[in-house]
Ligand binder design. Structure first.
Ligand code: PMP
Length: 438
């Protein structure tokens, strides 16, 4: 497998060596680096990407779900061209912001007011800042293995990350800084609890009731393994935070593309964060929710507003692309992709069963994960148990899928985009079967 990979990707290998002169590890994202070296991309076309050696891959990564329309969607190109002629970020408010905000609010009724920033990391950072400013309290509750980007307090959890693989994890460990460089002091203002454990959530929330500013939670544990929340768990978080006047923050950066969880399950958070697809392939972050809470940013209000600045937050280019992305991703298309996701998961399960290999596909709508091994998948501890000691296996499956012309995530994430056809999904399912057999 490795020989074939190296034979096919010699230009990528040289790029990797050159890149190391400029970037540590020859890359700029930990998640996209892998052994022995990553393929370096040259261009994308619909749901395919080409590497520097000229090999084409069917793209089942879609930049970890962010590119819901794949590459080169004509409506997005047109919107960006039209906008760039008029400028990218004029240093003041624009009509494009109003148009994008209106669309977001139409799709998510709990989003009474919103603001823009440049990434999911920033959106969750701002949601937490907002909650602290509004409540006058400091403590944040997050989930073990919950991923909200890379700022300090988001990098606290009860596990030791192994190169971002979340392999070692112990739910009984005290939370630690996941990354070196996160200050000790941040540990004092973040508590981490296990996902889908209603009893623990109730106990911790009650114990710290008058100190909690916010509880932040992904409606599906994404990077932590593709595990959906139990509605009862989320309802408990909703009821307890409401009772103690803390804010409930849903991080829907990843789930927005399958249809916001809060709408399907009728649990209304105080604040929500978004990123990825709402920028149409360009950088974006959105945070917002209750208008009485978001009023803290209003310079026209009587009290001192919270300072919120960002040279490129709400820039016209990301918003123009985002508008085109949203307008071309209505409920029918969301449903079609979600159903294609179910077909994919069933197919991967069938292949594992046929080849006698323990493992199953989980996920939500158009985002899937394949986990080797067997056992429950309720929280990040379960994901870690399924991943432990299987890094080599996962790495070889990933390389062999690349050899066969399929790009998926190294950690088993598979994301569909609107140019993905039924045939492409069938192709991935049979390639996966062949890889497992090998
Ligand atoms: N929250 C969630 C749920 C995410 O999936 C991500 C990105 N994987 C982020 C936040 C961070 O977004 P970004 O990479 O744009 O900072």
């Amino acid at each position: 497998i490795l020989d074939e990979y190296e034979d096919r990707t010699s230009v990528s290998r040289s790029a990797f060596l050159k890149a190391q002169d400029h970037m540590p590890g020859g890359d700029t994202r930990t998640m996209t680096s892998y052994w022995p070296y990553p393929v370096y991309f040259d261009k994308g076309q619909e749901n395919t990407v080409r590497d520097l050696d000229g090999n084409w891959y069917t793209d089942f990564l879609a930049n970890y779900g962010a590119l819901v329309h794949g590459h080169n969607h004509p409506a997005l190109i047109e919107a960006v061209h039209e906008q760039i002629e008029k400028g990218t970020a004029p240093g003041g408010p624009t009509f494009v912001q109003i148009e994008h905000a209106r669309r977001m609010r139409e799709r998510v009724p709990s989003l009474e007011k919103l603001r823009y920033c440049n990434s999911g990391t920033e959106a969750t950072m701002w949601a937490i800042r907002t909650a602290r400013a509004f409540t006058g309290r400091d403590l944040v509750i997050k989930i073990h293995g919950g991923y909200h980007g890379t700022h300090d307090w988001s990098q606290i959890s009860a596990f030791v990350a192994a190169g971002g693989e979340f392999e070692q994890y112990d739910r009984d460990l005290d939370p630690v800084q996941v990354s070196p460089g996160v200050p000790e002091s941040v540990l004092n203002s973040v508590l981490s609890i296990p996902y889908n454990d209603t009893a623990t959530a109730r106990r911790v929330l009650d114990d710290y009731a008058d100190r909690i500013a916010a509880v932040i939670v992904e409606p599906v544990l994404g990077v932590g393994g593709g595990i959906p929340a139990e509605p009862d768990f989320m309802r408990t978080l909703r009821d307890r935070t409401a009772a103690m006047e803390a804010l409930l923050v849903f991080d829907e950066c990843a789930t927005f593309r399958v249809g916001p969880w809060q709408l399907k399950h009728d649990v209304r958070p105080d604040l929500t964060t978004f990123s990825k697809i709402v920028g149409g392939g360009l950088p974006i972050g959105v945070f917002g929710g209750r208008s009485d809470v978001m009023k803290i940013f209003d310079p026209l209000s009587e009290s001192e507003p919270v300072f919120h600045a960002s040279a490129f937050g709400g820039n016209s280019l990301s918003l123009a692309a985002g508008i085109a992305a949203l307008d071309n991703f209505g409920s029918d298309e969301i449903e079609r992709l979600n159903e294609l996701g179910s077909t994919l998961r069933a197919g991967l399960d069938r292949m594992a069963a046929r080849e006698g290999i323990a493992g199953d596909a989980v996920g939500f709508g158009s985002i899937s994960y394949f986990h080797f091994g067997s056992g429950r998948l309720d929280n990040a501890a379960d994901t870690a148990a399924r991943r432990a000691n299987r890094a080599t296996l996962r790495g070889l499956v990933h390389l062999e899928l690349l050899n066969k012309g399929f790009l998926v995530g190294r950690h088993g994430i598979i994301c569909l985009s609107t140019p993905t056809s039924n045939e492409a999904v069938s192709g991935l399912i049979s390639a996966f079967g062949e890889v497992l057999r090998k």
